[in-house]
Write a protein that binds this ligand. Structure first.
Ligand SMILES: Cc1cc2nc3c(=O)[nH]c(=O)nc-3n(C[C@H](O)[C@H](O)[C@H](O)COP(=O)(O)OP(=O)(O)OC[C@H]3O[C@@H](n4cnc5c(N)ncnc54)[C@H](O)[C@@H]3O)c2cc1C
Length: 466
């Protein structure tokens, strides 16, 4: 505590008192993310307003040997922004300026705390977008998106966040300000630190500003919702859509249990007359209506779906998207949930799904297990809810056991134990299933280079000492 006291006393001579707090309620609030399974504990929260202030906060924390956790919108699902050891939280909420769009280079400069959706809205006035998109965009920040290399609903068309970042300003733990890549489209001058920080989960530096690459908004979109007999039929539909529709921009799925949760949570009724075991949401960009209609007819003529609809208005599009985007909130709200976010190569997805689905029904009988995700990317989310009659501790133990079986299966398929949510604290124990020991040692070496004292987001992704 003494260390924190002297750190904050010194900080007070550089920053106004409104820029940090030790209020217990605020510390608890900012020490938690959406995973909500860890006990939050932070000593203070600081709210710098610009890169220089971030540099000041970090260099003082460095001098006083205070661990710091970078924090954005706290929508993360792996505990990356969570403080559990009395760290100081560095929040970017006051760094949310969105700059001018540069029409020639199709870029925009933003501060790290800018909300993802606010960036979308700003760019849409010029018919442009930053195509990083998912259900939590109303709260997530650009800095958090970059730090997690976020995926989302349009990865099959646009790729992950790292494709859409041109330059980064970041501050390392000793307070040094770096301007990585300086917005150059071409720059082959050694290691690309901009890409290294992308997906580094706040362990190498605090991102304070970014130059984002933009692309035109599609002129039109068509959206379909299909009921399918089973996962095999879902994958058949995906194969068809990939070859038939060059404008395919999203192909998402949810099982019947997930759809039922969304409908119950939002008080809506079943959208299709024939229920399926699984459902697909398919979006096409810039595809004329006549082609979309033809495609829909082709799908039914070829027996590729049980039932389906095409949205006829923007309101209907919103409703159909909600069936998929509302899943996480509907399952998580008010429940203790164990979450998986795995991926395998798309070509092995069918085999992988059959194997794990069967195993869940035999190893966790009576548990509510939900499958949904970004099928086009080979990315499945599996959410397991605590049964009402089970204690939280017993649930955690049981879920952990089932984790290891899942991860062994993933190893067989050369899959990833964290497709898009990162490792944070919650997946740390399992990183060895997806990365070799040699790779983990290389990561330790990189961390050592950026942060030799191990003060920035300590214990996230891996422990610095073995
Ligand atoms: C309903 C829901 C749906 C979601 N859907 C998706 C999805 O489809 N795809 C997907 O990829 N994710 C998804 N997520 C997870 C989450 O929204 C993303 O990981 C998002 O990118 C996190 O951004 P954030 O600002 O909330 O980051 P935070 O949760 O605040 O932080 C995440 C990590 O980034 C670090 N960090 C934050 N800001 C900075 C910074 N400025 N500099 C350095 N490090 C920083 C933190 O330390 C932490 O390690 C979803 C979450 C929810 C709740």
């Amino acid at each position: 505590m003494e260390k924190i006291d002297s750190f904050l006393t010194e900080l007070a001579s550089h920053l106004p008192s409104s820029r940090f707090t030790r209020d217990v309620g605020e510390c608890e609030y900012f020490a938690q993310d959406w995973s909500r399974t860890l006990t939050p504990f932070a000593s203070a929260v600081v709210f710098p307003q610009n890169t220089d202030e971030v540099s000041k906060v970090l260099s003082l924390a460095h001098q006083h040997r205070i661990p710091v956790v970078p924090s954005g919108g706290r929508t993360g699902l792996s505990g990356g922004a969570v403080a559990t050891q009395g760290e100081v939280i560095l929040s970017t909420v006051k760094m949310n300026r969105i700059g001018e769009i540069h029409a020639g280079s199709l870029t925009i400069q933003v501060e790290a705390g800018a909300i993802t959706q606010a960036v979308h809205e700003h760019c849409s006035t010029l018919g442009l977008t930053w195509p990083v998109d998912f259900a939590s965009k109303g709260s997530s920040t650009v800095g958090g998106n970059i730090a997690t290399n976020a995926g989302g609903i349009r990865v099959i068309r646009y790729g992950n966040t790292r494709n859409w970042v041109l330059g980064l300003t970041a501050v390392s733990m000793d307070g040094t300000i770096h301007r990585f890549n300086r917005d150059l489209e071409k720059n082959n001058t050694g290691y690309d630190f901009r890409q290294l920080l992308t997906g580094s989960e706040g362990t190498l530096g605090v991102i304070t500003e970014a130059t984002l690459k933009l692309c035109p908004l599609p002129k039109s979109t068509s959206l379909f919702f299909f009921a399918l007999e089973d996962f095999k039929q879902l994958l058949g539909l995906f194969d068809y859509a990939r070859s038939r529709f060059p404008g395919l921009s999203a192909f998402e799925c949810l099982d019947h249990a997930s759809l039922s949760e969304v409908l119950a949570f939002s008080g809506e009724s079943m959208p299709l007359s024939t229920p399926g075991k699984v459902y697909a949401l398919m979006e096409l960009e810039n595809t004329p209506d006549s082609e979309s209609e033809e495609g829909l007819t082709g799908i039914f003529e070829n027996g590729l779906a049980l039932d389906g609809i095409m949205a006829r208005s923007d309101t209907e599009k919103k409703r159909l998207w909600h069936y998929r985007e509302g899943v996480a909130e509907a399952i998580l709200t008010g429940h203790l949930v164990h979450q998986e976010d795995v991926s395998v190569p798309v070509r092995t997805l069918g085999e992988f799904y059959t194997e794990i689905e069967e195993r869940y029904s035999t190893t966790l009988p009576g548990f509510e297990v939900f499958f949904f995700g970004h099928i086009g990317d080979g990315n499945l989310h599996i959410f397991i809810r605590k049964p009402v009659t089970m204690s939280a501790d017993e649930f955690r133990e049981t879920a952990k056991d089932s984790d290891f079986q899942l991860f062994r299966t993933l190893e067989k398929y050369h899959g990833s134990i964290s497709a898009e949510h990162g490792i944070g604290l919650l997946k740390k124990h399992a990183i060895g299933f997806s990365r070799s020991q040699a790779e983990i040692e290389l990561m330790r070496g990189i961390k050592q280079g950026f942060d030799p004292l191990g003060l920035l987001n300590p214990g996230k992704i891996f422990d610095q000492t073995r």
